[in-house]
Design a protein around this ligand. Sequence first.
Ligand code: HEC
Length: 111
Amino acid sequence: MRLLFRAALAFTIGWQLANCSKAKASGASLFKDNCSGCHGESGAGDGPAAPYMGVKPRNLVKDPFIQGDSVAAISSTISGGLGAYMPAFGSKLTDPEIDSLAKYVRGLREK
Ligand code: HEC
């Protein structure tokens, strides 16, 4: 019985760890696929499309965010877009994808 309990515990912890690192990896790869063209690989606002845009993509590391930079605020920006140049991703990405992206962007911030 005890052994079974330990096996179950080990399995649960292992599963959570695996999921956690997966969420991180997918935040980074989702960013690369969907955001880096404008915001740049490192989020500094210097993607290949940036020079051609009427409103410059935000430097996600340093610039202040109009809509706030909590994970919840960033999620809502990603799903609804902002102004004329930041596209809405609400119909393109799933809620869990938007959530891992928001956490990834939050992690890029200097403070
Ligand atoms: C087509 C270019 C483009 C793409 C792709 C893009 N953005 Fe943006 N983003 C912008 C621009 C331009 C702004 C500034 C908009 C403004 O101020 O009107 C912006 C602003 C932002 C902001 C700041 C919001 C605020 O409150 O000030 C965040 C956060 C952000 N983008 C995250 C993302 C994420 C995450 C992705 C990928 C899912 C992404 N963006 C994809 C162009 C882009």
